[in-house]
Design a protein around this ligand. Structure first.
Ligand code: NAP
Length: 668
């Protein structure tokens, strides 16, 4: 009996086999025939200079080919470290050397050990620290490489580091310090001491002072001398267009031409999504300020986000400011131009997307509202016809105590932007193209997302306060991005206003286990990410998950004025999504009441949640005072209730941070 069954089974198997085989062949043929041709990606064609066929990742080959001996790498998030690198690489010419600024993300950093193949070579690193002691996005791979390669031998590599940071943050200049130490560990030779720049103080001054001592040290090390030529050196040449197809002219795009009109995912910092604004409302009930809630529609963009991430937006400058600049400079802002790098080998062909008009450059690409840095003043000084103005501008760019004090008071403390400088120095008449070459790029602004993707997968919420203040010169300065956002009204002549945006991932995350308690501390606009967290905890609860305690410490000036999201918070409390809602109204009584005072009032419960129940602590908002005061309050609670010395309490909180149980999203 067994045999026929087996035979039958075998015969059936063969038929199945054949059937399956033909099915597979059929599917494969169908797939090949019906497969859509990949959509052609429109190529970004440079009009003036032919684009290189392939990107050179070997900086050694590039340096050899172009006769460079100094390379200045930058780890830059907001553009300042990149600016400093450009200035240093330009400086090299004054000492008969040739420098190039380089993005570590674009090159094979494993080649550092080969730099000694080039005579009198030097690697300079301008490294910014981002967030909580992290590398900038473009330095992440380099940082990983440094950490992972213990056997790398960098003997023969000459280097120095200038570090950019901010003292209000816990991990001050962590990245620069690490690179400086690590390169030495790997055998490289530090030829000049690490420079520490503090953005909370005066970063520009720190850089100028460091640089002033750095170059003589380079001269001594390599036995070279300054050429004594202090004249300004142009990096780009101007080309004007009188007859150009306007379809080939950039109108504010960050990357690909026409990318704002023909949108293609994936969306990122080089290719932002134009998100329609669906809600833009004032949050505060009274008071002079304008606190706002915006909702950006990301339907169809394939953009994903998590609670705690940041949304980056690319703002544009105030058109009134741009027009005034055009008037003061006496130029036709609608002239189409291109600024082309004189160094044809450089990866950076233009300072911003070209060809474009001066109006677009000043509106979309250049930062015209921050006080200019000293190198801008130095280079523009030649265009002042009054010798006194010339002298003052050069003095401000020098490292003399008198010059530094003048820059500090006349430019920084008076918040003079480039327009104010041109207005207050009528003899200064720079050509607009040189000014456009010198001004830094307008940067994207980051906001903590105030929504949860579980509840709002197709929209991203922003909570922000409109910045506006009077300067010492009596002018009113307006924050670029917040004023631009305020004017993004829901219907603009029947059309929805749009915002170019992308998502930046963050480490500010709810605990993996929903049952862990969370303690959120965020006064003012620091409430933003917690709106997302609260929505998410509510959603988890609805899904039947075991959600731990959700405690909020929020603070504002007056209950009747700026209690942001009052209705939403009270509703969440009613639904027991927020298990404890603590609000500090700072100005509703004679003495100030802040979040840290409420923390101290509830110390027993807090300590229990932190010490016994594995609570995660989150702080968002002002870095300079609030975040520090909150941390001190927590030290004091640990000291008192955990029976610890101050050092033990500090270590205890530090440990929570390293374990990811104390996270901060703070700004200064
Ligand atoms: P806010 O309304 O000015 O302040 C919120 C609450 O925090 C107020 O009740 C305030 O009290 C209180 N507060 C002041 N000092 C405190 C401290 N040391 N500890 C605890 N609470 C304190 O808040 P905001 O307008 O949202 O701004 C918050 C902070 O972030 C500000 O410093 C602002 O400059 C900064 N910010 C920065 C950016 C940026 O991108 N760089 C953006 C937005 C806000 P009193 O005012 O009554 O003292």
């Amino acid at each position: 009996m067994a045999f026929p069954v087996a035979q039958e089974a075998e015969a059936l198997f063969t038929n199945m086999d054949l059937l399956l085989f033909s099915l597979i062949i059929g599917i494969v043929i169908y797939w090949f025939m019906s497969r859509k041709k990949p959509e052609p990606i429109p190529e970004f064609k440079k009009i003036d200079t032919p684009a290189p066929t392939s990107r050179e990742t070997s900086f050694i080959e590039k340096m050899k080919k172009t006769g460079k001996n100094i390379i200045v790498f930058y780890g830059s998030q907001t553009g300042t470290a990149e600016e400093f690198s450009n200035r240093l690489s330009k400086d090299a010419q004054r000492y008969g050397m040739k420098g190039m600024a380089a993005d570590p993300e674009e090159y094979d950093m494993g080649e550092l050990s080969r730099l000694s193949e080039i005579n009198n070579s030097l690697a300079i690193f301008c490294m910014a620290t981002y967030g909580e002691g992290d590398p900038t996005d473009n330095a992440q791979d380099f940082y990983d490489w440094l950490q992972e390669n213990d056997d790398e031998d960098l003997t023969g590599l000459n280097y120095t580091v200038f570090s950019l940071g901010n003292k209000t943050y816990e991990h001050y200049n962590a990245m620069g310090k690490y690179v400086d130490k690590r390169l030495e560990e790997l055998g490289a030779k530090r030829i000049f001491d690490l420079g520490l720049g503090d953005d909370d103080g005066n970063l520009e001054e720190d850089f100028v002072s460091w640089r002033e001592q750095f170059w003589p040290a380079v001269c001594e090390h390599f036995g070279v001398e300054a050429l004594g030529d202090e004249s300004s050196i142009r990096q780009y040449e101007l080309k004007e267009f009188t007859d150009i197809n306007m379809n080939k002219v950039f109108t504010g795009e960050i990357g690909r031409l026409k990318s704002f009109e023909v949108q293609k995912p994936p969306f990122d910092s080089k290719n932002p999504f134009m998100a329609p604004v669906t809600v833009n409302r004032r949050l505060n009930k009274a008071g002079d300020r304008h606190l706002m809630h915006l909702e950006l529609d990301i339907t169809g963009s394939k953009i994903r986000y998590e609670s705690g991430d940041h949304v980056a937006v690319f703002p544009t400058n105030d058109s009134a400011l741009v027009n005034k600049l055009g008037q003061v400079l006496g130029v036709d802002l609608d002239l189409v131009i291109s600024l082309n790098n004189l160094d044809e080998e450089s990866n950076k062909k233009h300072p911003f997307p070209c060809p474009t008009t001066y109006r677009t450059a000043l509106t979309h690409y250049l930062d015209i509202s921050h006080p200019p840095r000293t190198n801008v003043l130095y280079e523009l000084a030649q265009y002042a016809s009054d010798p006194k103005d010339q002298e003052n501008m050069r003095k401000m760019a020098s490292s003399s105590p008198e010059g530094k004090a003048l820059y500090q008071s006349w430019v920084l403390e008076s918040c003079r932007n480039i327009l104010a400088i041109l207005e207050d120095m009528p003899s200064l008449k720079p050509p607009i193209d040189h000014l456009c070459e010198l001004l830094p790029r307008l940067q994207a602004r980051y906001y903590s997302i105030a929504s949860s993707s579980k509840v709002h997968p197709n929209s991203i919420h922003i909570c922000a306060v409109v910045v506006e203040y009077q300067t010492k010169t009596g002018r009113v300065n307006k924050g670029v991005a917040t004023n631009w956002l305020k004017n993004k009204l829901v219907t603009d002549n029947g059309h929805k206003a749009t915002v170019p945006m992308y998502i930046r991932k963050s480490q500010f995350r709810l605990p993996f286990k929903a049952s862990n308690p969370v303690i959120m501390i965020g006064p003012g606009t620091g409430i933003a990410p917690f709106m997302g967290f609260i929505q998410e905890r509510g959603w988890l609860k609805e899904q039947g998950k075991d959600v731990g305690e959700t405690v909020l410490y929020y603070g504002c000036r007056h209950k009747m004025e700026d209690y942001l999201y009052q209705e939403e918070l009270e509703e969440a409390e009613q639904k027991v999504v927020i298990t404890q809602l603590n609000v500090a109204f700072s100005r509703d009584q004679e003495h100030k009441v802040y979040v840290q005072h409420l923390l101290k009032n509830n110390k027993e419960n807090l300590w229990k949640l932190i010490h016994l129940e594995n609570a995660h602590i989150y702080v968002c908002g002002d870095a300079r005072n609030m975040a520090k005061d909150v941390q001190t309050a927590l030290h004091e609670i640990a000291e008192e209730l955990g029976d610890m010395t101050r050092t033990q309490a500090t270590d205890y909180i530090k440990k929570l941070m390293t374990k990811g149980r104390y996270s901060q999203d703070v700004w200064s």
